[in-house]
Design a protein around this ligand. Structure first.
Ligand SMILES: NC(=O)C1=CN([C@@H]2O[C@H](COP(=O)(O)OP(=O)(O)OC[C@H]3O[C@@H](n4cnc5c(N)ncnc54)[C@H](OP(=O)(O)O)[C@@H]3O)[C@@H](O)[C@H]2O)C=CC1
Ligand SMILES: [Fe+3]
Length: 467
């Protein structure tokens, strides 16, 4: 029997379609990095350049031609040229008829031009479908392949054109978010200009608290010793003073993460509804809680590291050795209470830091994303308040025997650690009030949509409707 004929070609090779050809105008930083990434994702790339023969090194495998020739060969064109040079595209308009143009341009500052770059491009080339997007990427991220899961925005008037760009972006590993029509282009162009937007408030608060406590401690510790005792202990600025400032800032910042939640709860209780907007300042505060927490964690890290180096400092070693040499060791009786206090102080510090790190880890998108909403809110709220309680207790135990000593109040001022306990204590007391069964029940009902209507408001409203 004759055997059945078998194809000697590997499966599907003969039928494999040629990879799609994409065009890039501009052989600058962005053009080159984007081309490289597209080639690595399996596309073919053709560059359109003013100087096809002298445009410098391009990614291996890419072709380079004049703008017109490159535009003819592809249906999707990335415009990697600064807006200032877009005018050449007007003369190119006949070659760009029916093409999808991706505008990746950014400006140096907001409102530089009366219209968005993408709208300007659409006006220059009315026959093309302009899509604004990918402009939040950087040439550096493209070059180094740091794209996985990164969110990019698109907008444009043609659904088909947006679909084509979205498919390409997904293939690069990006997550695409459609922001609607081309009228959103200005908003998209403003995104890259927002420099660390969510970090500004937390950083400003952290710098403010750090500066205040640094000078407060400088006056109380260093200047006081110089003026009252004639001692120069300015070297303490480097470690002792810094290691007092860091935990203080950390604890205050941590409590500032939980204070807006507590204020919001009281506001909801007072208003008897959750359907009224919070004041703007509270909204803004709530939105930067994660950043506040991370700044707090940073300062806690510094405190932990600084604490480790204390025993190896020159001044500490000097003090110990001179005590031993002079044989001036004062009788050192064992005090059980003191032992309990110091051990508890260290243990609370360690536990507090451990929960702090746990909180920080759950704020990472990769970890937080794997948790359900209940798990996430349990960790951020219950574990958060537990961390705050432990760290506050750490602070109280630090000063347990100092509160009543007159020598603590140099120049009639309270020590810094006492001041820093005010905000966390207030937060914890308010939180404890919210946990009272009667308050908690009402708050839970409000959060489930129940509303306490004010008879006066009702009357007012009915009066208005009667008029
Ligand atoms: N660099 C980045 O990380 C990012 C840049 N962008 C945006 O991408 C665009 C390009 O940026 P970038 O690549 O950094 O800039 P470059 O200055 O590195 O490159 C711009 C390219 O535009 C072309 N070009 C310059 N002048 C003209 C002209 N008169 N007419 C026609 N083409 C011209 C040139 O290519 P040729 O000589 O081949 O014609 C040049 O290489 C900008 O709008 C920028 O805002 C957006 C996101 C990130
Ligand atoms: Fe501490």
């Amino acid at each position: 029997m004759k055997p059945e004929s078998v194809s000697l070609h590997p499966l599907g090779t003969a039928a494999a379609p040629e990879p799609e050809l994409l065009c890039i105008f501009g052989t600058g930083d962005l053009g080159r990095s984007l081309g490289l990434r597209l080639l690595q994702s399996g596309y073919r790339v053709v560059y359109g350049s003013r100087r096809p023969h002298s445009c410098g090194p391009l990614p291996q495998g890419a072709q380079v031609m004049s703008h017109a020739a490159a535009a003819r060969s592809a249906s999707l064109i990335f415009i990697c040229v600064h807006r200032e040079h877009y005018d050449f595209l007007e003369t190119m308009a006949p070659h760009l008829e029916g093409k999808v143009l991706v505008d990746l341009s950014n400006n140096l500052k907001k409102d530089m031009y009366p219209e968005a770059n993408a709208a300007y491009l659409q006006r220059l080339v009315p026959g093309a479908a302009v899509v604004k997007g990918l402009n939040t990427l950087s040439a550096w991220a493209l070059q180094n392949g740091l794209l996985a899961g990164k969110q990019v925005y698109l907008c444009g008037n043609s659904a088909g054109a947006k679909q084509a760009v979205a498919e390409m972006a997904t293939k690069l590993g990006l997550t695409v978010l459609d922001r609607g029509s081309l009228s959103a282009a200005r908003e998209l162009e403003d995104f890259p200009l927002q420099l660390f937007q969510e970090w500004r408030l937390p950083l400003r608060v952290a710098i403010g608290i750090t500066a205040f406590f640094f000078f407060y401690l400088l006056i109380r510790d260093v200047i006081y010793a110089y003026v009252e005792q004639g001692k120069d202990i300015s070297f303490r600025i480097m470690v002792s003073l810094a290691n007092k400032v860091f935990p203080i800032v950390s604890l205050i910042m941590l409590s500032l993460c939980y204070l807006p939640g507590v204020i919001a709860a009281f506001l909801q209780l007072y208003r008897g509804t959750k359907y009224r907007r919070f004041p703007d300042w509270l909204d803004r505060w709530m939105l930067c809680r994660k950043q506040m927490g991370l700044v707090a964690l940073g300062f806690a890290f510094l405190h932990a590291i600084y604490t480790f180096i204390i025993p190896i400092r020159y001044s500490v070693r000097h003090k110990l050795i001179s005590l031993m040499k002079d044989n001036k060791t004062t009788p050192f009786y064992f005090d059980n209470t003191e032992a309990w206090a110091t051990d508890s102080f260290y243990v609370l510090g360690i536990l507090g830091f451990f929960f702090y790190v746990l909180l920080g880890l759950t704020s990472l998108p990769s970890v937080g994303g794997s948790l359900s909403w209940r798990e996430f809110s349990f960790i951020q709220s219950k574990l958060g308040h537990l961390t705050l309680s432990i760290c506050t207790a750490h602070g109280y135990i630090y000063g347990w025997n100092k509160f009543l000593k007159p020598s603590t109040y140099k120049w009639y001022t309270p020590p810094a650690f006492m001041l820093c306990l005010i905000v966390p204590s207030v937060v914890l007391v308010l939180k404890a009030l919210l946990l009272l069964p009667c308050v908690d029940r009402t708050l839970t009902r409000i959060r489930q949509g129940w509303e306490r209507t004010h008879p006066r408001e009702e009357m007012g409203e009915s009066k208005v409707t009667n008029l």
